[in-house]
Design a protein. Structure first.
Length: 277
């Protein structure tokens, strides 16, 4: 997390803050503020929100990867230099910032998404950065990265779902030990706790992420969306209630071309030709 006051930055455009590259059904979202450890100001929030919307609405995108520019930080979460400056800004500047943020939605708050998101954690994942990674479905971490929620050390709380997600992912006392002290954890410890899927050397990070992507792309995209929506949509239900729950994308999958193509390709001993419908 950054902390020293500085002037609010005015960004020239969303594309300069969050790069979106789409190739072969894969969208790669790169937070491009390495000089600020890929921390979020209001412009970055808007750019990232727009990128998420694009991923979910474009049926040609089947999986998304989230990462930060450079190899120092995945994201340090909220840009505290920008926050400190905005706290001292004029009422007009604060209102303009609030207006920009009004239509932006964080990944941490998006429980309606049906595409799989992979966090490519290439460096520090702190505060909102860790919360961003936890909002993804698969987390692959470079071994030099550390992860933590240091908000209380800045008079804040991990309010982008960190205080709620961490105790649901790791044992209660372990979670509270990190939440109440702001202590970070190593990538190895995060893997030990089951908080992340894979930890690799930095030189192997892209290959590891590509391996997860390849396995997802072997699956029917409509079946993947139905699987994610079914799992997430029923998390709050009892097992008996979950058994009766039919997610909207599961209803679509049952009558889809892919539902016929999968068994047919298996019987014909060939690779399925997925259509995503």
């Amino acid at each position: 997390m950054t902390s020293a006051p500085d002037a609010p930055s005015v960004s020239p455009g969303a594309g300069d803050l969050v790069r979106v590259d789409v190739v072969d059904h894969v969208a790669r979202l790169t937070i491009d503020r390495p000089e600020r450890m890929n921390a979020f100001d209001d412009h970055t929030h808007v750019a990232f929100s727009n990128a998420i919307d694009r991923v979910e609405s474009d049926d040609d995108i089947w999986v998304a990867v989230v990462t930060g520019a450079g190899d120092r930080a995945f994201s340090a979460g909220r840009d505290l230099k920008w926050t400190a400056a905005m706290n001292q800004a004029s009422a007009e500047e604060q209102a303009a910032s609030a207006d920009r943020m009004a239509g932006a939605t964080r990944l941490q708050d998006r429980f309606d998404l049906t595409k799989p998101f992979i966090a490519r954690v290439n460096g520090h994942a702190l505060g909102g950065g860790l919360e961003l990674a936890l909002a993804c479905d698969i987390i692959v971490v470079a071994e030099h990265a550390d992860l933590g929620l240091p908000e209380p050390r800045r008079g804040l709380i991990a309010g982008a779902m960190g205080v709620h997600r961490l105790p649901r992912h790791v044992p209660y006392h372990v979670a509270m030990g990190h939440l109440l002290t702001g202590r970070p954890m190593t990538a190895a410890r995060a893997y030990e706790l089951g908080l992340v899927n894979e930890v690799v050397e930095s030189s192997r990070l892209d290959a590891a992420v590509d391996g997860w992507i390849a396995d997802i792309l072997r699956c029917s995209p409509i079946a993947v969306r139905a699987t994610k929506q079914s799992a997430v949509g029923a998390l709050h239900l009892s097992l008996a209630e979950a058994n009766r729950y039919v997610a909207p994308w599961e209803a679509r999958r049952r009558v889809s071309a892919d539902a016929k193509e999968g068994p047919r390709a298996f019987a014909e001993k060939r690779t399925p030709n997925w259509l995503g419908r």
